[in-house]
Design a protein around this ligand. Structure first.
Ligand SMILES: CC(C)(COP(=O)(O)OP(=O)(O)OC[C@H]1O[C@@H](n2cnc3c(N)ncnc32)[C@H](O)[C@@H]1OP(=O)(O)O)[C@@H](O)C(=O)NCCC(=O)NCCS
Length: 152
């Protein structure tokens, strides 16, 4: 059940616990240092889903002059499809809105059906493609955009 998880802000010290989950979820994972950098960045936003000291998922974003970017989002394979990804995404969008963001962008692997369905349900629309953007395996990125409610 997704509601048993506490969604809380991520601290720099969480990077060492997020990175092992990242390695389980991606073929081209971020390093601990990459997480530390974005979590220390004043314009960065990090969230973790925690339960009994276990991190079940996380989201990393940034907000720069009204524009938001979801940089990374994942849920542990054993905790998927119970609504945790949606909760993290909604909390991330709320945090971006709180920073004055009106438009949010992200990139997603073309073949990532689960993530694309999650983002589509949240209202993201495809606006472009970056050829060969991803490594291991090489794949195009689809660029998605969401205009947050209340903004034209
Ligand atoms: C994408 C991901 C974060 C989704 O997390 P999740 O907790 O399983 O997602 P939820 O249970 O909240 O599902 C929310 C919606 O996503 C979509 N979805 C999730 N998993 C799906 C799947 N396997 N197939 C199709 N749609 C799926 C559905 O639209 C779902 O809504 P519904 O249950 O009302 O139909 C998770 O699959 C994941 O971590 N994948 C690996 C990392 C990744 O690809 N991250 C995104 C990078 S851009």
């Amino acid at each position: 059940m997704a509601d048993r998880w506490l969604i809380r802000p991520a601290r720099v010290a969480d990077a060492a616990r997020i990175a092992p989950l990242e390695r389980r979820c991606f073929g081209d994972p971020w390093s601990v240092a990459a997480f530390e950098e974005v979590l220390a960045f004043p314009l960065g936003i990090g969230l973790v889903a925690e339960r009994d000291r276990e991190i079940g998922g996380y989201l990393v974003a940034r907000a720069v002059v009204g524009e938001g970017e979801i940089m990374n989002l994942a849920v542990a394979p054993e905790h998927r499809q119970v609504g945790l990804g949606r909760r993290l995404l909604e909390a991330g969008l709320e945090a971006l809105r709180g920073r004055g963001v009106h438009q949010v962008h992200l990139e997603v692997r073309e073949g990532n059906a689960a993530a694309r369905a999650l983002y589509r349900r949240q209202g993201f629309e495809p606006i472009g493609r970056r050829a060969g953007y991803y490594r291991n395996p090489v794949e195009d990125a689809i660029v998605l955009r969401l205009t947050l409610p209340g903004h034209a």
